[in-house]
Write a protein that binds this ligand. Structure first.
Ligand code: NAI
Length: 328
């Protein structure tokens, strides 16, 4: 099949080309897929997209008119795809449901530990020749209660790791997970999780219903100085409300790998440019905030799995084999 690969970076070329081994005809485009760029898919039977490509109803209508039959997501989350529109147009949508929960879970733990022990500040101090410890005091993880929102693949690994630290784990998920329960995780209502947790970490998908799940009302129910971690999707947090809570001290630590307006910022080198997003710029001013640019998935193992599953999804679609699809 001829596949147009959008938002392609050097690592996408490397890993997808290796997994493909000349089976399909791959063409890499650096541009995001959007209403403006959808025309680039002319002549292709499939498009391959990533987290910040826009696959809304307008884009899907254009793709259909160009003869595209398959949207292959090379990620797990699909909040950027209008599945109803895809079904209406008979376009199949596939994704990579699992590639390495360990990658995201371990990055989540990295954010928690770095914030707690202020590694970002310590690193800079030591490089400047300052070995003063003032302001670097952390806390024992042991016995701190962690609230895990979403106990699917990633949330489960996060919980398992934190059990090893000696943290009591509270969880909220509409579905209970037997693996979590067997390692001592206690399922509670969201309000109890908010009230009891010293650290709250998000591992649920973004849906229209849970947009801004963490808003001013939710924050008001939390412990003073709570640590919030979001490696899921940016819009699960109301960033403006979080900034107010950071200013008041209600939120004591914030670790983000995602941001609600990230498609205009992340995945590019903008070091020589003026940052025009004032909300994001304000976040960067806090000493108790660490932001990474959607890199939680970014391990060699995950990239290998993403590439292999994406090529396999495309081959299965082409050859009419059984495969898991989201739409179409
Ligand atoms: P999963 O599908 O295995 O688990 C998601 C869990 O969330 C399920 O148990 C589901 O019942 C639960 N859930 C759904 N709505 C909920 C709600 N409103 N409140 C609480 N729980 C809810 O997904 P997985 O693989 O664990 O991934 C979780 C999320 O992580 C993805 O949706 C994606 O947004 C994000 N992600 C981020 C990456 C990164 O690089 N930062 C990479 C991969 C995924």
């Amino acid at each position: 099949m001829k596949i147009a690969i959008f938002s392609a970076k050097r690592y996408d070329r490397e890993f997808l080309s290796a997994a493909n081994a000349s089976r399909h005809e791959l063409r890499f485009f650096e541009s995001h897929l959007s209403e403006e760029t959808a025309g680039l898919a002319a002549g292709f039977e499939a498009v391959c997209v990533f987290v910040n490509d826009q696959v809304n109803a307008t884009v899907i209508t254009t793709l259909d008119s160009l003869g595209v039959r398959l949207v292959a997501l090379r990620c797990a989350g699909y909040n950027n795809v209008d599945l109803t529109a895809a079904t209406k147009h008979g376009i199949t949508v596939v994704r990579v449901p699992a590639y390495s929960p360990y990658a995201v879970a371990e990055h989540t733990i990295a954010l928690i530990l770095a914030l707690n022990r202020k590694l970002h500040r310590a690193y800079n101090r030591v490089r400047e020749g300052s070995f003063a410890l003032d302001g670097l005091v952390g806390f024992d993880m042991h016995d701190k209660t962690v609230g895990v929102i979403g106990t699917g693949q990633i949330g489960t690994v996060v919980a398992q790791i934190l059990v090893g630290f000696g943290c009591p784990i509270l969880a909220f998920d509409p579905l209970t997970n037997a693996t979590c329960q067997s390692c001592g995780v206690r399922y509670v209502e969201l309000d109890e999780l908010f009230a009891q947790s010293d650290i709250i970490t998000l591992h649920c998908p973004l849906t229209p219903e849970n947009r801004h799940l963490i808003n001013a009302a939710a924050i008001a129910k939390m412990k003073d100085g709570v640590m919030l971690i979001n490696t899921s999707r940016g819009a699960l947090l109301d960033t403006v409300a979080i900034i107010a809570a950071l200013k008041s001290g209600k939120v004591g630590y914030l670790g983000l790998d995602v941001y609600e307006e990230e498609e205009r910022i992340f995945f590019e080198d903008r070091s020589g440019l003026i940052l025009s997003d004032d909300v994001f710029a304000r976040l960067l001013t806090f000493p108790n905030v660490i932001i990474t640019g959607h890199q939680a998935f970014f391990t060699r193992e995950a990239l290998l799995n993403i590439a292999a599953t994406t090529i396999d999804n495309i081959t299965r679609f082409e050859t009419g084999q059984v495969f898991e699809k989201l739409a179409g």
